[in-house]
Unconditional design. Sequence first.
Length: 395
Amino acid sequence: MKKVIILGGGYGGIKALETLASYDEEMEVVLIDQHTYHYLQTESYDLVASKIPIQNTLIYLPTLVASFEKGFKFVSDTAKGIEEGRLICEKGEYPFDYLIIATGSVTRFLEGFEEKGERSLGVKSLRAALKVKQFFETELFERLEPQRAEKSFNIAVIGGGLSGIEIAAEMKEYFNRYTKNNALTCGNIKISLISSHILKGLDKKSQETVIARLHSLGVTLVKSRVEEVKDNVAVLDDKREIKFDFAIFAGGIEPSVFVKNLRFEKSEKGFLKVDRYLRVTENIFAVGDAADLKDKNGKSIPPTAQSAEQSGVIAARNVIAAIKKESPIAADIKLRGLAIALGGRYALVVTPFGFNIAGVAGWIIKKGIEQYYKIPLKLKAAKGYKLIKECEERE
Ligand SMILES: Cc1cc2nc3c(=O)[nH]c(=O)nc-3n(C[C@H](O)[C@H](O)[C@H](O)COP(=O)(O)OP(=O)(O)OC[C@H]3O[C@@H](n4cnc5c(N)ncnc54)[C@H](O)[C@@H]3O)c2cc1C
């Protein structure tokens, strides 16, 4: 029986798993992840702004895997390398006939940024997003004391991509709402979004809508690139200095340590090069952020949950094709628009049909997209939980 390993239970890995489960081929499938959960990064902006509880931003992987009733296994382990048909992890070694690498990416911090410890974080891990949320909740609590509330507090969000914008907008809306609902304790909290571009690559009209919304919320836009971070100061490329009490880094991504250490061909930024069937080698595939994905014309595809999901499906289908000794299918990954949360019940949906939907209608669509993804997974995990419990009771 062929052994298939999916490494990484994020957007790409989960789609690969669901796709493999939809086939009746005899195979041993193992999903390996360093965590026991799939972190719904696309909803982290709501977690940070305390709008949703932690369980709404994760899918528990052991119960999800059990729900397929296919004998698929979940292993929580951290991959270190690949050696002659074996995946080498911290706790063990796992032989495979086919491997799908779906390890995503990590925040690319500026030098010195991470060392700032508790007061400067990214949001690409659930742990970090949770720390950001807890930090701000504590700060809001402390500000109920008049002496503290009088003090100004500067938050720097570094990076004008999707994640930086969503976090800055949602937090500012949260602080505005908190001030209105409770007391005048947040008036001195300032959020600066520092970036040389706002949503680079997006059309001008959409960028203008985003900028107007950020202005209306009271987010200060600083159009510059951060060159250095030292002692709670962001030094900009024009030598200006922005002081911060807390900084969130959303300025870019890089491959995980696992991918960095692999000796396969990489893109300039260090992501795995794949052929049009998403193969790194004859029996190793790469999907999602971990891969240097290209469209049909060879143009780079931005790293998004959408591209991760589509590539996960294709890689899994090509594993099945290889097992059946059939021809693989070429990837044709397409971005089907973009939905950007801009604080409260306001979102901008950039449709692939050349028009945008902004405001409450955009927010309803954005929420619809998130729920459409999440609800089936939550239902599957609930089914898996029930199956595991029934099994335990029988034993
Ligand atoms: C704040 C924020 C907002 C976003 N909003 C959107 C949005 O609105 N729309 C959109 O399309 N995209 C959005 N994105 C981008 C999207 O989240 C990523 O592109 C997507 O998560 C990539 O999916 P993936 O499967 O490649 O990786 P991930 O989802 O990151 O999953 C990778 C998995 O691999 C595991 N892993 C990594 N290394 C190892 C190892 N060595 N051993 C074992 N396991 C390992 C990790 O634990 C993780 O579970 C957003 C990102 C952020 C941070």
